[in-house]
Design a protein around this ligand. Structure first.
Ligand SMILES: [Zn+2]
Length: 73
């Protein structure tokens, strides 16, 4: 897990933005969505309205990009 809050590049924003690890619910969603057993290396862009996913190493692991669905109101 990335311990740093230092902004990293977001391919969708095309700028350096804060990212955070996924919550338990978000991980469950992603595991089902991409059929992966472990999604601990994914980070979500926290820029307003973005929610794009990347890993620490890969700025664009999905084509097209994959965004975490917003939480229900
Ligand atoms: Zn972004």
């Amino acid at each position: 897990m990335m311990a740093s809050n230092k902004p990293i590049y977001c391919d969708t924003c095309d700028s350096f933005e804060p990212h955070r690890p996924l919550s338990g619910e978000e991980k469950a969603w992603l595991k089902d969505r991409i059929r992966a057993r472990n999604v601990d290396n994914y980070l979500m862009c926290t820029a307003e309205g973005c929610r794009n996913l990347r890993t620490g190493m890969n700025k664009a692991p999905f084509t097209p990009e994959l965004r975490v669905p917003p939480p229900p109101e």
